[in-house]
Design a protein around this ligand. Structure first.
Ligand SMILES: Nc1nc2c(c(=O)[nH]1)N[C@H]1C(S)=C(S)[C@@H](COP(=O)(O)O)O[C@H]1N2
Ligand SMILES: [Mo]
Length: 324
């Protein structure tokens, strides 16, 4: 059984158990005399979120320090229905309602810029590039809510090492899909599409920075950024770009969509910092989705989202009030 399931047997993940279980059940039944009748009586297999081969991902326990939060994972239903993915609309329910149109195969990721081995990676080769493991990360949105999600993927550093950054590579920019045919939200000028994000190279190389392909032991649902996204657990959620199509290694701090949209509200670093309030939302506390009711007392937000022991050193000597 998958680790995530063992740890918390409450995840309502019907599609995880359905295909395999139904097939086995069918085999047994087919051996019987009433095979035909029994088959007709079986319910149709529930649709997996993707024509997914990742449903068999081994949830290997991560050895990366800080990678397994002890907090209770957010129910799957909440993590997949309360989302920010503006390409599909700005309401929290829009991504779940509209991301069904996202085509996740074929999918390629272009790696370019300051690397010795630029090229185009097919999603299938990215899936095989390194061993997948499960990471239970807290994700905090700048809007003041948070979730705890068992992601499946591997450290972005694995890919970075393969493409061999040159000495000029100091930052990494992540470009995500912008296709009007698949993404109704692009009609709105709320952001300057495509959605772009960036990290300093050492942040991108940090073992906690995850290239995620799945969650809760399954392929990523479209609304959570299929077929691959970044998860940077010590930064606000918006640094974790979804549905990535290009990774560029550059020498100068790259443009990011949120910074461009509202430079006074969103800085490049965007480390979770309870001492620096967003102009519209306090960053001192947060509400855990699916757990804290609307009227529950909010829980305190931790510096670097609680990952300070692992990442604090990256920012030694920086004024994090100025470089927010
Ligand atoms: N391409 C893209 N990636 C994105 C966003 C987006 O609008 N578009 N929203 C970000 C924000 S603000 C948050 S909080 C997280 C939410 O991730 P989740 O919906 O999987 O919880 O995704 C981030 N990645
Ligand atoms: Mo967010």
């Amino acid at each position: 059984m998958h680790d995530a399931m063992k740890r918390s047997p409450v995840h309502p993940v019907p599609s995880e158990i359905t295909p395999g279980a139904v097939v086995r059940q069918r085999r047994l039944l087919i051996q019987g005399a009433a095979a035909v009748a029994a088959l007709a009586a079986l319910p149709a297999p529930a649709q997996a979120p993707h024509p997914g081969k990742l449903s068999v991902l081994p949830g290997v326990k991560s050895t990366v320090p800080g990678a397994l939060s002890m907090d209770k994972p957010t129910p799957y239903a909440d993590a997949t229905s309360y989302n920010n993915f503006y390409e599909f609309g700005t309401d929290k329910s829009d991504p779940a309602a509209h991301a069904g149109t996202l085509k996740t195969r074929p999918w390629t990721v272009v790696v370019e810029g300051e690397v010795r081995k630029p090229g185009t990676w097919d999603i299938e080769s990215l899936l095989k590039l390194s061993a997948m493991e499960e990471r239970i990360y807290r994700l905090r949105c700048v809007e003041g809510w948070s979730m705890v999600i068992p992601w499946v993927g591997y450290s972005l550093a694995e890919l970075i090492r393969k493409v061999e950054p040159t000495g000029n590579a100091r930052f990494v920019q992540f470009v995500t899909l912008a296709d009007r045919a698949q993404m109704p939200g692009l009609r709105s000028p709320v952001l300057d599409w495509p959605y772009v994000e960036g990290l300093r190279l050492d942040e991108a190389m940090h073992p906690l920075t995850l290239l995620a392909f799945g969650m809760y032991g399954q392929v990523l649902p479209n609304q959570n950024g299929a077929p691959l996204r970044l998860v940077v657990p010590w930064k606000y959620g918006f640094k974790s770009g979804k549905s990535i199509v290009k990774i560029r290694f550059v020498d100068k701090q790259p443009r990011t969509s949120w910074e461009a949209a509202a430079p006074r509200e969103y800085g490049f670093y965007s480390n979770v910092n309870p001492q620096v309030d967003h102009p519209r939302w306090s960053q001192a506390t947060e509400r855990r989705i699916g757990e804290d009711g609307l009227f529950a007392r909010k829980r305190p937000t931790l510096m670097f989202n609680g990952y300070e022991p692992q990442v604090g050193q990256l920012y030694a000597g920086m004024d994090l009030k100025r470089q927010f």
